[in-house]
Ligand binder design. Sequence first.
Ligand SMILES: [Zn+2]
Length: 282
Amino acid sequence: MSIDISSIKKEDCISDQFPLDRIRSRQSFQVVIKRSVLNRMKIHGRSSMNAEVCGVLVGKLFWDSSPFLYIDACIEGKYSDYRVASVTFTSKTWDYIHEELSGKYPDSKIVGWYHTHPGFGIFLSGMDMFINENFFNFPWQTAYVYDPRAEQAGFFIWQDSKMKLDTAEVIEDEPENENTTIMTLPLSDDKKQVNNISVKLPIWKNECLIENTSIALFCIFLIAVIGWVYMKCICKNEECKSIPAPSTVLVSKTIIRIDSSIQDERKLNDRTIKLLKEKVSK
Ligand SMILES: [Zn+2]
């Protein structure tokens, strides 16, 4: 049987009115979250801009002609194994979460989880899906992903055993954090507007493109420098080969001098012999 929001039963929900005055945007399953919870997750996410952080969402499941999930708290996933692109709930994390839940929110339950993707956008990885399937597999449980670098966020809900991006209604119980542009947005449709908040496309792809271009330019520069140095060395060697050694020059000059002196001596000798011959003949 597939995990799907359509399988949520009325008897599993608390009957209560939808908490917002405005008309419910739809009559199917709806996630509702307090701004204070979004702010808290934001602070947690921003505390680690290079490695993921996680936690659980706390709330209740209600029914008002259809189910809605009301999230009014969150618990940080302390003692989790935080890495650059993954996060793992350890047994110590679960102990801490259950302790906090029973102590601070005894009437609520874990209605989902949140984690951050610092700089790599809103989606659920294979590891994230493993966590959903094994720890948050009730049809009403949700996953919230927040990118503190791109300032984007998204809720995922169960649809046909897959987690699909969805919107959420926000209860403004406190002001939005400074410089906050948290969005609960469907990335599948970049033209949609949720609660008059414009949907932004992820920027991480552009950042990657810029990074790749920089690396390519650096490589070209490096190859050029290596080529120049190599050529310089080769030329130097060839110049060295073409210039005769100074000692050879000296030696050859000496030989020339010796040769010329010998010739002079011979000339002298020849003259002497000639003179002697002339004297003898006389
Ligand atoms: Zn993830």
